[in-house]
Write a protein that binds this ligand. Sequence first.
Ligand code: SAH
Ligand code: SF4
Length: 406
Amino acid sequence: MLTAEQRMPQGTEAGVHLYAHVRCNDAATCAFFGHVDKAAPTTLTSKPNGNVRRASLYDLTFPALGRLLIEDGLNVVHTSALWKALYRSGGIARERLETFSPPLRRWIKAQFGDDAGFLSEMPDVITNIASSDGLTRKFLLRLGDGQTIETVVMGYTGRVTACVSTQAGCAMGCVFCATGQMGFSRHLLPGEIVAQVLHARDAVVQQGHGLRNLVLMGMGEPLHNYDAVLTALEIISDTRGINIGPAKITISTVGVVPGILRLAEEKRGYGLAVSLHGATDAERYALVPAGKRWPLDELIAACRTYCTRTGRRIFFEWTLIEGTNDTPAQARTLGELLAGIDAHVNLIPLNPTGGFTGGATSLAAATGFQHMLKAAGIPSTVRQRRGIDVAAGCGQLRTGREKSAV
Ligand code: SAH
Ligand code: SF4
């Protein structure tokens, strides 16, 4: 059997990343955010068998899990039983070992030992709060190295949707966003994204529902952590396991152009939302610093390519900030910018954050904005951000907790 050190996966072939050095894996995005590598921790400690984090079984796609078993001398037929235990039967627990075939039981037992290569632990729940209307539940989860991330379950659209994080913090620095205000800590590993969905599913099932929808709108920029996110989504959409269909999964991006073009090429069937917030470069830069790296002409060209290649509609997110980006003139410019794109605009009144002085738009301004878009032939929806009383804006729960700890 391989040691934990030997098991540190190299590259993404097995669907996983370097664990000892959590680095950006997309040179195109790293070139701009040069501070990311310096900010990223070089080790994920705290595990008993050494100073590196042991990989999690939740990091592995079905084929990668099969390869792992073969490497350890097991027949690949055992993959299904292990996958089912991980994703359909509540995980792997010592007390349930007798339910596995003898070779698989021996292999799993070895994983519990001190020199084991793999783990199947879930994050600790630090905070679990429901909104006063009972429709939103928010969790603050602690990862193996102490980083905290947010996961939200929302039930207000008549269907239950989980909203998960893809990074601890975010490097993109949007001025109104609590996650942007805290800066970047590190990328999440595929298993840390998958674990959030498992956790959300448990919470939803306890309430008598099923989890069918997923949005990557929690902390972090999904396309800045492209490989881990796409590996996680392959695991989450696998019909033998969690089985949330690609069409029910939405990736939300601040506009990382190389990532959008990769999605267009790979055609995996996931939905795409692009956060715009400004329809001229100057207005956008003021809210979204990453807009300097990928100006609107490049971003909109990438969106057109995405629509043409995939035949899919793009959702454009627009956080309405009173007196900043909620005027009829801006709505008109936005209509012109999106002309000819299969677009739907989601208008979201700002959820105020501590580090930003702007306020939420009035309902009247939001409706006026919507009418202007309609005149330009662009469909839109005004979405009230729910669960404000549980700090359900991205990054707000962690920020609130850090403040109260001071
Ligand atoms: N990084 C990705 C996904 C996470 S943010 C992105 O930016 O798209 C998910 C959405 O929440 C984005 O549209 C973002 O602009 C929005 N958002 C962040 N903070 C907000 C706030 N305080 N009020 C309203 N919307 C916010
Ligand atoms: Fe990052 Fe998205 Fe927040 Fe911008 S809005 S800082 S991209 S999480």
